[in-house]
Design a protein around this ligand. Structure first.
Ligand code: GLN
Length: 449
């Protein structure tokens, strides 16, 4: 019944373009199988899940919303998805996103944009836009997205739902098509903190298939989301709240929230963050560098798009396949990344950005020695109008200013939809905690919700 309910809901909202394929018959068959199950029920028994089109699920298409992977089918199932399935989840389909996760609006997709269910004139955010739109519109119970620089939190913010990015290394990246490997993490989009915590707990933990998956034991994250009444040490960055790009209503709402938390007995203190203007450039130098390397595997030789044009030699073959297969934003980033890695520029850009990343990590460590949490905006503004930023990539990148920090330093972060803007759009507070401290992150988040 649940599966049929969601299948109907998906069918009723085709204009959202949230799903790029729906596994209808298979999902029903799986539900029937689960209904007849006699062995103990899994922790996600019957939970209907959508997955972003960058996560591999054996025997199903996966394309990173790119023409270059047109027709490609996953040969194996990624660890995060497999762990959900092992606990009784039903995968109902794969969801629209920006091509290879590169974008903030879901407008860089080979399938066309997804729309924001709160108001279809606005973008749902990106890159996990379809995953957020689906949860917000009630087309599935939860979605798996990925977050390299905000791609779970930003769409959660724009669509008014909960988005959680775990600590780097908390969840295996095996079976996640890479964008920037030292940033990418699988995350959860959900209606509430408890749902996100449970899904995270199930998919987290060591994995022999990914050496960057941490061997740290997974704490009882789901139980922590029921905790209450603790008092926390909370830091915030005045440079962020006073930032020139921030919408005055967002600034005011967060200011009030900080006051309220102080009144409730938490320690709430400003901490100066002098590197604010460096975070977006650092993020884009490093992620484009990693992307240019990761995406070099898409040459059309063994898999993926092959040009129908006649070619003279191998070089021309690569060029045709890649020119036709990649969209404009992905090409821009491959070029940028290749540039910052090239001889003569490597030290000036790539090495320098690595140094700034290390400084940011040191600052984050110092802050989390004294505080349990950092509170911040998720985005400077609520959702953009469709097309509003597509002509100005730098303006688009600047919208990531508050989300990319967590990926640069590897800490877990959540977007919590507490507020409504006078433009009738939701917006959220972003909460960050120390690395591997999802317990504190989600315990506090649940109490705030
Ligand atoms: N907007 C960011 C980018 O385009 C976010 C990407 C992501 O988290 N996948 O890089």
């Amino acid at each position: 019944q649940a599966v049929r309910h969601y299948l109907q809901a998906i069918e009723a909202r085709p204009e959202l373009n949230a799903f790029v394929s729906v596994f209808a018959e298979e999902a029903i068959a799986r539900a029937q199988e689960l209904d007849n199950q006699t062995t103990p029920k899994g922790r996600l028994h019957g939970v209907v899940v959508g997955i972003k089109d960058v996560l591999c699920y054996a025997g199903h298409p996966v394309s990173s919303a790119s023409k270059i992977l047109n027709g490609f089918e996953s040969l194996y199932t990624g660890t995060a998805v497999q762990r959900l399935v092992d606990e009784g989840a039903i995968i109902i389909g794969r969801q629209n996103c920006d091509e290879f996760g590169m974008g903030s609006t879901n407008e860089n997709s080979a399938y066309g944009p997804a729309l924001n269910p709160v108001n279809p004139d606005y973008v749902p955010g990106g890159s996990s836009g379809g995953s957020a739109a689906a949860v917000a519109a009630g087309l599935c119970m939860v979605s798996l997205g990925t977050d390299t620089g905000g791609s779970v939190r930003l769409p959660a913010d724009f669509c008014g739902i909960v988005g959680v990015k775990p600590t780097y290394g908390r969840v295996s990246r095996y079976g996640l098509i890479a964008y920037a490997s030292s940033f990418d993490q699988v995350g959860v989009l959900a209606q509430n903190v408890a749902d996100a915590a449970l899904v995270l707990e199930v998919m987290a933990g060591p994995d022999g298939m990914d050496s960057t998956a941490s061997t740290q034991p997974v704490p009882a994250i789901a139980a922590s989301a029921k905790e209450n009444g603790k008092s926390y040490r909370i830091a915030y960055f005045p440079e962020w709240l006073e930032h020139s790009s921030i919408d005055p209503e967002i600034r005011a709402a967060l200011g009030q929230l900080l006051e309220q938390l102080k009144a409730e007995g938490h320690t709430v203190e400003p901490v100066s963050f002098s590197l604010t203007e460096y975070i977006v450039p650092t993020y884009y130098v490093l992620t484009t560098a990693e992307a240019s390397s990761n995406l070099s595997r898409f040459d059309g030789v063994r898999f993926g798009h092959q040009s129908a044009n006649p070619v003279e030699d191998l070089r021309e073959f690569y060029k045709q396949n890649r020119s036709e297969g990649f969209g404009p934003e992905v090409k821009r980033r491959i070029m940028l990344g290749t540039f910052v890695l090239s001889t003569g520029y490597f030290d000036a850009y790539f090495t320098r950005a690595q140094q700034v990343r290390r400084l940011l990590q040191q600052q984050a460590d110092a802050i989390f020695n004294n505080y349990d949490l950092i509170l911040a905006p998720t985005s400077p503004t609520p959702a953009y109008k469709a097309g509003e930023k597509t002509q100005d990539p730098v303006a688009m990148y600047m919208g990531d200013i508050f989300t990319v920090f967590a990926n640069l330093v590897g800490v877990p972060a959540a977007a919590l939809p507490l507020f409504k803007h006078s433009a009738n759009l939701p917006f959220s507070v972003q909460v960050m905690a120390k690395r591997f401290n999802e317990l504190t992150l989600l315990g506090f988040s649940a109490a705030l919700e």
